[in-house]
Design a protein around this ligand. Sequence first.
Ligand SMILES: *[C@@H]1O[C@H](CO)[C@@H](O)[C@H](O)[C@H]1NC(C)=O
Ligand SMILES: *[C@@H]1O[C@H](CO)[C@@H](O)[C@H](O)[C@H]1NC(C)=O
Ligand SMILES: *[C@@H]1O[C@H](CO)[C@@H](O)[C@H](O)[C@H]1NC(C)=O
Ligand SMILES: *[C@@H]1O[C@H](CO)[C@@H](O)[C@H](O)[C@H]1NC(C)=O
Ligand SMILES: *[C@@H]1O[C@H](CO)[C@@H](O)[C@H](O)[C@H]1NC(C)=O
Length: 408
Amino acid sequence: MASTITHTVLAVLLCVLAVVARTNLDKQSSDFNLSKILPLFDEDGICNLVVEKQGYVCQEHKVITKDGYILSLQRIPEGRAGKAANKIPVLLQHGLLMDAVSWMINSPDESLAFILADNGFDVWLANTRGTNYSRGHTSVDPNDPSYWDWSWDELVAYDLPATVQYVHDQTGQKLHYVGHSLGTLIAFAAFSQEKLLNSIRSAALLSPIAYLAQMSSFLAKTAADAFIAEDLYWLGIKEFAPRGEAAVKLLEDICKNPENNCSDLMTSFTGPNCCVNSSKTNDFLDHEPQSTATKNMIHLAQMIRQGTIAMYDYGSADENNKHYGQPTPPVYNMSSIPKNLPLFLSYGGQDYLSDVDDVKTLLNALKDHDADKLLTQYREDYAHADFVFGENAKQVVYDPLMAFFMLQ
Ligand SMILES: *[C@@H]1O[C@H](CO)[C@@H](O)[C@H](O)[C@H]1NC(C)=O
Ligand SMILES: *[C@@H]1O[C@H](CO)[C@@H](O)[C@H](O)[C@H]1NC(C)=O
Ligand SMILES: *[C@@H]1O[C@H](CO)[C@@H](O)[C@H](O)[C@H]1NC(C)=O
Ligand SMILES: *[C@@H]1O[C@H](CO)[C@@H](O)[C@H](O)[C@H]1NC(C)=O
Ligand SMILES: *[C@@H]1O[C@H](CO)[C@@H](O)[C@H](O)[C@H]1NC(C)=O
């Protein structure tokens, strides 16, 4: 029984949202020669595959992080009505196991990326290292385990600053930031270190994640408690590939067992989303979920187990000393987020990952924030995925979000 549960949890975690077993994605051939990569991405990137099909102008951009990762970034410079003057840039940062396409699964009238473009914003879409269109590196192949030697600490230290700086340089403007889930965590961490502030106008944080102690996703919690990500890591599986052959096979085997209800993994993991239309499931599965580093999953599991928001824990005082010069990992202090930084926080009552009690812990850490710089929105019926895929998210979240941006 215990082992059945462990295996179910393992399968679910591996396949988080891959409800339908799909053939694993082609291992994109890694090519360290940037001049070869660039044309490839232009023809076969998110602009071409997703954005232009909806009738929008789109540009592919590349950003190289200080530690050598080559990230793709898409820009939607104008809406369907064409050019407008004085556009303010907005950077959208997706969540865990997602990529930029997640902001464009619904119709243009329902998807945040297109809504922002149609409302006069200059839209930039980030893609985290390791996802399908950001698997380049100046010297390391994604098939090399060292490519995957990172957790969200490195997204805070490298991906986010490189991306924000790039948009700032290209536009000559300070930008608005929108993060979902892990995209909020890395922003909170960076802001707590007083980073990015010269380039950011304001930040909207949807399904905010800073503390994970109360998280009510039984599956994620059990996986964390069972050290499943650690097991994978020590087995040598450094790329956490939810569409990988091993994961799909495992899921198929698990779901053959009538004891296991595989009908609704999305709900089991993210909560009962009120407003996600299941007719979009296939479009979603064409693009998501995406890979991350197993080490990143371990880091998140540490947060669930320890209730802290700190750097990756190397597991012993000695190892932590080597990396940090102190026996325990340095903490990201949420109370250090500058009090005058305009923040829009939106959270949901049904969210299994961004639990209401954890959000309250965060809001308590922000209690001295300038009152007119912090707008908090609570939606009783929203779960984790509704903030990105909800059919009514425009009315519920995005309209207030844009109104907030206009005031900053
Ligand atoms: C990269 O590829 C281009 C075009 O194929 C080639 O001209 C160039 O020499 C290559 N650079 C390196 C460092 O291999
Ligand atoms: C599986 O779960 C779904 C939704 O939670 C439920 O409707 C269905 O009856 C369950 N199936 C079984 C066999 O328990
Ligand atoms: C879901 O989307 C389909 C196709 O766009 C539409 O026909 C249907 O009415 C939607 N369902 C709900 C519950 O809104
Ligand atoms: C990955 O990128 C390739 C193009 O390079 C594309 O054909 C494929 O559909 C993408 N897969 C996913 C899951 O995004
Ligand atoms: C966190 O920052 C706040 C405000 O700067 C400070 O008062 C508090 O002592 C810090 N907490 C820790 C644990 O360092």
